[in-house]
Design a binder for this molecule. Structure first.
Ligand code: ASP
Length: 598
């Protein structure tokens, strides 16, 4: 049951709770002046608190001194007002707000604080420059949309906690000042004053601590964990972000997946019109995702799937394709459908694929039965080849086919990028559709192109392989699973390596000899010798999940105090220069000149 505020000198009720059956009650409300209107000698003030708003009415005859004071009220002044709840005349009722049937006829009012003219309106949902919003975050966060978003965030996190609590998970905190945890990003480092020359790293995730908790017999752990990764920021990234992190013992993939489906089903149910298919959710292999969608987080809400057409086109007169095929590359294509695109728009698609390292896109328009393709390229291919490709792509007359010929990872990524671009450009994602699926069977290792360290971990170095045969790292599968929602990776995890000798071999493939492995992860290897149960877990990106559920483009809109794309905080001015004395105390000297302070 909801508990109202304890009566004090400021308020005895929430403004947003007042209804028709409160008529006749003497109440005291407190909050901000949301809007003010003067009407036929009366002053109307909407007063806003966390719960919503209610209309106050000031009468020249009955409100006494409060009336004169109300004349001086401006937007965002902070007030406390006492009066009687009265039912509004029928023609004055406002059905658009929950308190619209009543108003408070004010008998006394105190101005608790005045406000400068706000930098942007709080009472309207208008576009405001983001830097201005972040600089004035205390005002920005008053806006209804922000209040609703942060309230949703609270409910999402609470639901996660409740579902896990019901299933015997324990919430355990792990350190923020720690040693580096490799999740593939750069560490944020903190100099250790008490140990000159030594550094803490902020955790990229609680990965190793949660594994230690499994070895320690906690069986079911979770944490709403802050993680820190010093990487270049894009739309869905922040240097510090929040994960639902969990780990379980004596489990296989299906056990972790089942728990997370229960958590996420409860989370999705928090938003009225957020419809996803009921769990269990589909599984797609990593290889299939890379082939059909060109990435490992497929947006399956629209078609334009990618096909491999190399085998169908082999042996043509077209030198470019033949060169790529004989160099071990691939030819991939997608059917963009019937699209009106000008020459320059088609040329513009080259810029999209270049971001992914491909040279160009070859566009072809499908012709009639006697000439399967129109345009210059048609002359290089046999009718059978062209018809076979048309059949593979389900193409009919007038469809635009887009080809990329390159090494496999490049061709996949280029067409994947192209597909998303076209999906957006032509509005192919159906309004209100949400797709959720698991990506499974990812490889353990991927080539880095670096001679000294030829292999990198596709997930992280603690992920268990499907079979512990390290003779051909490129052929090894992993026991990882990622959850993808609407083309965004919202979570990922794996069954872990729980045997020390297997962990050592994984480190070795990653170019970490015994000495280095012991220096960096000796504490883990040591614990793996102390009775480690089979275990696995997952981490979910809370900021991303809230953003998708709240329908916000940017995760900055779902974090109370976020950083900008350059990693700065316009509110506090962080990061900022520090005194030379502070650096000396930390035994640190800076190679960079102090930044200009804005
Ligand atoms: N530690 C991983 C991450 O943060 C998640 C996991 O494997 O549980 O990405």
């Amino acid at each position: 049951m909801k508990v109202g505020p304890k009566a004090n000198e400021y308020r005895d009720t929430w403004a947003g709770d007042l209804r028709g059956d409160d008529a006749g009650r003497a109440v005291r409300v407190a909050g901000w002046v949301h809007r003010r209107r003067d009407h036929g000698g009366l002053i109307f003030i909407d007063v806003r608190d966390r719960s919503g708003l209610v209309q106050l009415v000031f009468h020249p005859d009955t409100s006494g001194e409060a009336f004169a004071a109300a004349e001086r009220l401006r937007s965002e002044h902070v007030i406390s007002a006492a009066g009687e709840v009265v039912e509004r005349e029928a023609q004055n009722k406002n059905p658009n707000i929950p308190t619209g049937g009543v108003e408070v006829s004010v008998s006394a009012m105190t101005v608790l604080a005045e406000s400068e003219t706000p930098p942007f309106p709080v009472d309207e949902d208008v576009e405001v420059d983001e830097t201005l919003r972040l600089q004035n975050r205390a005002v920005d966060l008053r806006r209804d949309v922000m209040q609703r978003t942060l309230a949703l965030r609270h409910r999402i996190v609470k639901t996660m906690r409740d579902v896990l609590d019901e299933r015997d998970f324990l919430e355990v905190e792990t350190p923020i000042l720690t040693r580096s945890t490799p999740e593939g990003a750069r560490d944020f480092l903190v100099p250790a004053r008490l140990q000159p020359g030594a550094w803490y790293a902020l955790p990229q995730s609680p990965q190793l601590f949660k594994q230690l908790l499994m070895i320690a017999g906690y069986e079911r752990y979770f944490q709403i964990a802050r993680c820190f990764r010093d990487e270049d920021l894009r739309g869905f990234r922040q240097p510090e972000f929040t994960q639902l992190d969990l780990e379980m013992s004596f489990v296989e993939e299906a056990d972790v997946i089942e728990v997370m489906e229960a958590v996420m089903t409860a989370v999705f149910a928090l938003v009225d019109d957020f419809a996803v298919a009921p769990a269990p959710w589909p599984h797609m292999t990593y290889a299939e995702s890379m082939l059909r969608y060109g990435n490992d987080k497929p947006d399956t809400r629209f078609g334009l799937e990618i096909h491999d057409v190399g085998a169908l086109l082999r042996g043509s007169e077209f030198k470019v394709f033949e060169g790529v095929l004989s160099g071990g590359g691939v030819i991939r294509a997608l059917n963009a459908g019937r699209r009106e695109m000008s020459r320059s728009e088609l040329d513009g698609l080259n810029d999209v694929v270049r971001i992914h390292g491909a040279k160009a896109v070859a566009p072809i328009v499908v012709g009639g039965p006697t000439h399967p393709w129109t345009g210059n390229l048609a002359k290089f291919f046999t009718t059978e080849q062209m018809s076979a490709v048309n059949a593979e792509l389900g193409a009919s007359e007038g469809d635009l086919l887009l080809f990329v010929a390159d090494q496999e990872p490049t061709a996949a990524a280029a067409l994947g990028g192209l597909r998303l671009e076209l999906g957006e450009r032509f509005g192919l994602i159906p309004e209100g559709r949400h797709d959720v699926l698991w990506i499974v069977d990812a490889p353990m290792f991927e080539p880095t192109g670096d001679r000294e360290h030829p292999w990198g971990a596709v997930h992280h170095p603690f992920t268990a392989p499907t079979t512990p045969d390290f003779s051909d790292p490129g052929a090894m599968g992993s026991r990882a699973y990622d959850l993808v929602l609407d083309g965004v990776e919202v979570g990922g995890g794996s069954i872990r390596i729980h045997e020390q000798h297997v962990q050592e071999q994984a480190f070795e493939v990653l170019g970490m000899g015994e000495e280095e492995a012991n220096r960096r992860f000796g504490f883990l290897l040591h614990a793996l010798r102390q009775g480690a149960p089979p275990h696995g877990g997952i981490a979910m990106g809370i900021d991303r999940i809230v953003a998708i559920l709240a329908g916000r483009e940017s995760i900055r809109d779902v974090i109370a105090f976020p950083k900008t794309a350059s990693g700065g905080d316009p509110l506090t001015g962080a990061p900022a220069a520090v005194d030379g004395r502070q650096l000396r105390e930390l035994h640190v000297a800076s190679l960079a000149p102090p930044p200009a302070q804005g």
